[in-house]
Design a protein around this ligand. Structure first.
Ligand SMILES: [Zn+2]
Length: 440
């Protein structure tokens, strides 16, 4: 797989505009400021003492009713999804969004004012690579109300969305790859829409003071009420895609995957963002360390060979770089063009055989079990391998980080381990290996 080098971006200069906030109906000004690499998107409340800032991250999510609200302590920022959608889709990774109220201007209910703002500020490249989340396996979230989001592996960020109103009125479907040009043309102009039966109670409670036909389309029965006519025949599904992009921006990484959504809403969008963030945390926990330790914490080749009986060309562990507690081990194996298996696998096209990666996992797991049982009178035999998956090819020049974790042990007789081979922070193979112990 070719490694694309995409770099982070920020805005070129400060730019802003003023408008009305949806929930309070008050005047609010917003300004976009450039920010350094790895800063992400933050909001600043200029109107509060000490001008607190908050990260636009899923950990800070507070409520998802009708709009997405983030907060920390007593501070809140409401309705962040349209500005986040525009920043994310237009390629801005780092920016400070400064406001003098608890909500950015609602504008015309679309992301158009924010696209215009970003274009006025400009988008400039920075020196650090972008951070991505690559979907490896399908993930899904659903709600009791029938909303469903599925995230599938894809090399691009795509959304396929089905929107349906009450009693399936106004059912619409659209599928597209999200690029800055496509977002600007097809998604950003799509306005917020509401079904009259949903907003009537809110209007009675005076909860949407800034709401009007200037910043939302109201659907009453079969009638579509708005100040200007529909911008697209399927404007509703486009706005749902806008909200998905904005809510998923809370992941803090660009997603390479295909979102398939049915009747999505902020709550399920946020659930998916949370699931992605959790998966990312797990991956980071097992990604390879940058500096390889030597000495006390690990085992060098000589020590490995005291434990494992394997020898050239079948010793698949160069060094153990560390143990974590009693149950985890990480080892490395550098793959060179001199590996004997490359002669035949395949002539002129060297690819490491998957079974050799399973062998490497088994050897590393054996070292862990040896440390655990701490006996030389019994020997562990590799008994079975389940759930083995080969995800990416391994080539000469790759360094494999082999992780093994003990997941189950029954006395001194049986043990189960979960193992991963990782190259360049990506899992290349994995499996569950089972061992049994026998007297020598
Ligand atoms: Zn929206």
């Amino acid at each position: 797989m070719p490694v694309s080098r995409e770099f982070q971006h920020t805005v070129g200069k400060t730019a802003g505009f003023s408008g009305t906030s949806l929930h309070t109906g008050e005047k609010v000004s917003v300004k976009l400021h450039p920010a350094p690499v790895d800063h992400g998107i933050k909001f600043k409340r200029k109107d509060l003492q000490d001008e607190p800032t908050i990260d636009a991250r899923i950990d800070n999510l507070k409520t998802v009713e009708r709009a997405t609200t983030i907060g920390e302590g007593a501070m809140r920022v409401h309705t962040v999804e349209h500005v986040l959608a525009a920043l994310s889709a237009m390629g801005v990774d780092n920016a400070m969004v400064e406001m003098d109220a608890n909500e950015p201007p609602i504008g015309d209910g679309s992301a158009q004012p924010y696209v215009d703002l970003i274009k006025r500020a400009g988008v400039t490249v920075q020196e650090e690579p972008r951070k991505f989340f690559d979907v490896r396996e399908p993930m899904h979230v659903e709600s009791k109300t029938g909303a469903l989001l599925v995230l599938l592996p894809d090399e691009k960020f795509r959304i396929s969305c089905t929107q349906a109103g009450p009693n399936n009125r106004f059912t619409q479907y659209l599928s597209m790859e999200v690029t800055p040009a496509a977002f600007e043309r097809e998604i950003a102009p799509a306005r917020t829409f509401v079904f009259y039966e949903d907003v009537q109670p809110l209007m009675e409670k005076n909860l949407i003071k800034g709401g009007s036909l200037e910043n939302a389309i109201v659907v009453r029965g079969e009638a579509v009420l708005s100040k200007e006519p529909l911008r697209f025949p399927d404007e509703f599904v486009r706005h749902k895609m806008l909200d998905i992009i904005g809510d998923l921006a809370l992941v803090g990484r660009r997603i390479r995957g295909h979102v398939v959504a049915a009747k999505p809403g902020h709550a399920t969008n946020a659930d998916l963002a949370r699931a992605v963030a959790r998966e990312q945390t797990q991956r980071s926990a097992m990604s390879a360390p940058r500096a390889i330790p030597i000495g006390d914490s690990g085992l060098d080749t000589g020590e490995v060979m005291k434990i494992l009986p394997h020898r050239y060309p079948f010793l698949m562990v160069d060094r153990v770089i560390g143990f974590e507690g009693e149950n985890k081990i990480t080892a490395i194996k550098s793959i060179t063009i001199n590996e004997p298996f490359f002669q035949g696998h395949f002539p002129g096209h060297p690819v490491m055989p998957g079974v050799m990666q399973v062998e490497a996992m088994a050897q590393v797991a054996s070292i862990l079990l040896f440390k655990l049982t701490n006996t030389s009178s019994r020997v562990g035999y590799f008994m079975s391998a389940d759930q083995v998956k080969f995800r990416k090819p391994v080539f000469p020049g790759d360094t494999i980080f082999i992780h093994a974790e003990l997941t189950r042990a029954r006395g001194n007789r049986m043990a189960k381990t979960k193992c991963y081979c990782v190259v360049n922070d990506a899992v290349v193979s994995e499996g569950e290996l089972m061992f049994t112990f026998l007297d020598k």
